[in-house]
Ligand binder design. Structure first.
Ligand SMILES: Nc1ncnc2c1ncn2[C@@H]1O[C@H](COP(=O)(O)OP(=O)(O)O)[C@@H](O)[C@H]1O
Ligand SMILES: [Mg+2]
Length: 341
């Protein structure tokens, strides 16, 4: 069977996928793209490539990973390799502007957003935002730069003060604050063009939420804090127990819209986040193409994200290179059929 290559930059997030791929019995290896060299005259190995590049790679000191991944994916695709979450998709991962534009064009309700490049215009542009509003980094992940402001004076102080969080690509989003009617956001997990399950994340603990087991902080011990630092912003509060739960029997029509969107964009694996408002809006604000799965949620749902990903990748690998016993003999060796051809 063809080999599977997992492209990533954070070894902490790999074990559940390693286990699932091993259980699937597929040969696989990891390509950790932090530093390296790419021979553009070389031919990539045969196989199925799965990109798990993360928008927050720079927070782990891996500032070159984003562009390293862009380069490698361009090279792989130029050779016609099968890539799950490939070159186009990494742009969505890296830019909430790209996500917003794509979601809006597809007809999703999205939060009113202004992207401000640099620090100079932030205060002026914020004046046009209804209160409260939030900021977030264009290249985000794990809630980077997400803060809520109740008035413009506080925002001015933030922009001028030492706490201002500089976005890695220079782009800060000013965004409508969407009030979740029931105190949680919903995330819809999709693997291989199929709906896996939905989960809810309580908003009681602030904005910097990552469902990866490694990033969930134990409220009693604080364990896990260092892996997904909450920082010293207003979100610097430990989450309550049971922050993430399976959303039982979730069957909204928005699932099919997400699936159609994934088909259009060639997205193999993603988690879409939306907020339901009291007046009936369903506002989609985040697409995670480097999705991590939470074991509590998966226990409740009776489904496994890593297992579904591994199954999907293995199926693609089998398509590329079916079992030798099933392979058609080359035409010139084939015995003459009933028609004598
Ligand atoms: N427009 C919004 N209104 C209200 N809350 C929001 C909004 N956007 C994000 N949030 C909250 O902040 C969290 C992090 O924002 P998100 O856009 O998902 O960034 P990241 O990509 O870093 O996860 C969300 O899970 C949600 O709880
Ligand atoms: Mg998010």
């Amino acid at each position: 069977m063809s080999r599977i290559f997992v492209i990533h930059e954070n070894a902490e997030w790999l074990p559940p996928f390693a286990e699932a791929l091993d259980a699937e019995g597929v040969p696989w290896e990891e390509w950790c793209l932090v530093e390296g060299a790419l021979d553009l005259d070389a031919t990539p190995p045969e196989g199925v490539f799965y990109s798990r590049m993360s928008a927050s790679s720079h927070t782990r000191g891996h500032t070159a990973s984003k562009d390293y991944t862009r380069s490698v994916l361009s090279w792989l695709e130029s050779h016609g390799r099968t890539v799950v979450n490939g070159r186009r998709v990494v742009e969505l991962e890296m830019s909430k502007v790209d996500q917003h534009a794509a979601l809006r064009a597809f007809g999703f309700d999205v939060p009113r957003t202004v992207a401000v490049v640099g620090r100079g215009l932030l205060k002026e542009k914020a004046r046009a935002m209804a209160l409260p509003f939030i900021t977030k980094h264009n290249q985000g992940g794990k809630g980077l730069g997400v803060r809520r402001f109740e008035n413009h004076g506080d925002f001015d102080d933030y922009v001028d003060g030492p706490d201002f969080e500089k976005p890695v690509d220079g782009i800060t989003l000013l965004q409508e604050y969407v009030q979740p009617a029931a105190g949680y956001i919903t995330r819809v997990e999709i693997v291989g063009g199929e709906f896996l399950y939905a989960l809810t994340a309580s908003v009681s603990a602030g904005f910097e939420l990552c469902p990866a087991d490694e990033c969930v902080v134990d409220p009693d011990t604080g364990a896990g804090f260092d892996l997904c630092p909450v920082g010293d912003g207003p979100a610097g509060k430990l989450p309550e127990k049971g922050l993430f739960h399976w959303r039982r029997d979730f069957d909204y029509p928005i699932i099919d819209h997400y699936l159609d969107f994934c088909r259009l964009w060639g997205i193999g694996v993603a988690g879409f986040e939306f907020i339901e408002t009291a007046d009936g809006r369903l506002v989609t604000y985040d697409i995670n193409t480097n999705t991590n799965y939470n074991s509590v949620v998966e226990g409740e749902a009776g489904r496994s994200g890593p297992a579904a990903v591994a199954r999907h990748l293995a199926a693609l690998a089998r398509e590329l290179d079916p079992d030798p016993g099933l392979r058609r003999a080359p035409a010139h060796l084939a015995p003459a059929g009933p028609t004598g051809t």
